[in-house]
Design a protein around this ligand. Structure first.
Ligand SMILES: Nc1nc2c(ncn2[C@@H]2O[C@H](COP(=O)(O)OP(=O)(O)O)[C@@H](O)[C@H]2O)c(=O)[nH]1
Ligand SMILES: [Mg+2]
Length: 333
């Protein structure tokens, strides 16, 4: 995923710059006993200004450069971030950091010039310039304190984003116990990865298959796509929306031994929410159905309601059967 920069807090940054400034100035003052004391003092203050500005500019430019800009984020992540933060504030905070960089840079040039053109005997004036620089830099940093805190918070939020790759993705939906996990396990083997979904208690499960050249990502989202939307809180809704950006193909699994009315109504709701990706409906657990007529009935009911999806029969425990469903899905990517 994206690499996130180190973001200092305002207090931390001030502390770090001043102590580095002190250290560099001390080195210069101690440089050589053969250089006149005033000259060493002047060089020391120059060095202090350079060290302080070097750290402020270095740290803050890295923040600006490495922080992903909101508009560049993949839509999936943007959707997730929207739950937590206001995007205008995100942009404003990055702008504020830039403002601090510009001010520090201008002030550094001005102060260094003034020190340079001071006589070395004007030690009070030089000390004053250096103090002025420190005071004003600290004030710049304090003014963006809230922005730095916000960026730290955004960074923490992003750090917890599920690490989802940009690959053709099949998302599995359907009621609990219909066989979603079984399907994922049978198809992708034991290397199913768990990712924690931000802002919800949900975990999502990610597996991969590579039938030929392309690698596909299969995602099982227990707790997200197994209930009606009306029961959702805001975070869950957002997570569902985010899923929408990820899904290239949807697989809706039905358990013919379960409550069909409920399952159908969830199916149509998800069909409506996820209007764009093509969808396959798999009627699972056919090994438990003795009478083939029952399956035909289910199929007919589905077809009567919509012809927007392909309907398949499967047994999620059986690899051949699961693979057949996946091959059908593969045609839709
Ligand atoms: N007989 C039979 N049982 C199945 C089939 N698929 C799943 N199951 C069982 O149904 C139960 C629920 O499956 P699971 O994959 O955990 O459902 P999920 O809640 O949708 O993830 C488990 O006990 C599975 O072993 C199937 O095709 N046939
Ligand atoms: Mg499951």
């Amino acid at each position: 995923m994206f690499k996130l920069p180190y973001v200092p807090s305002a207090d931390g940054l001030i502390e770090k710059t001043f102590s580095r400034g002190r250290k560099e100035a001390k080195k210069k003052r101690a440089a050589s006993p053969y250089i006149p004391r005033e000259t060493r003092k002047k060089r020391a203050e120059e060095e202090r200004v350079k060290a302080i500005s070097g750290i402020i500019l270095g740290d803050l430019k890295a923040v600006i450069k490495q922080f992903p800009s909101y508009d560049q984020l993949p839509p999936f992540y943007r959707e997730l971030l929207d739950v937590r933060i206001d995007k205008d504030k995100y942009k404003k905070s990055l702008g504020a950091v830039q403002w601090c960089v510009n001010n520090t840079e201008n002030l550094k040039n001005k102060i260094l010039k003034k020190i340079k053109y001071s006589k070395r005997t004007e030690t009070d004036k030089i000390t004053g310039l250096s103090k002025e620089f420190m005071g004003r830099c600290a004030s710049f940093i304090k003014q963006i304190s809230g922005d730095l805190d916000r960026l730290i918070e955004i960074k923490e939020t992003m750090r917890n984003f599920p690490d989802i790759e940009k690959q053709p993705t099949l998302v599995i939906a359907g009621f609990t116990n219909v066989g979603k996990s079984t399907f994922l396990r049978t198809l992708t083997g034991s290397k199913v990865r768990v990712a924690v979904y931000p802002f919800t208690t949900q975990e999502i499960y990610i597996g991969h298959v590579k039938p030929k050249y392309l690698k596909y990502q299969i995602i099982d989202t227990p707790g997200l796509l197994d209930r009606h939307i009306v029961y959702r809180n805001k975070s869950e809704l957002q997570a569902i929306l985010a899923m929408k950006h990820l899904a290239d193909v949807l697989l809706f699994i039905i358990d013919p031994t379960g409550n069909l009315e409920e399952q159908f109504s969830l199916l149509f709701e998800i069909r409506e929410k996820f209007s764009s990706p093509p969808m396959i409906v798999a009627i699972n657990k056919i090994d438990l159905i003795d009478d083939r007529k029952n399956l035909d009935e289910i199929e007919n009911k589905l077809l009567k309601n919509s012809n927007e999806f392909k309907i398949m029969m499967m047994c999620a425990n059986d690899y051949e059967s699961v693979l057949k469903v996946f091959k059908e899905a593969e045609k839709l990517f």
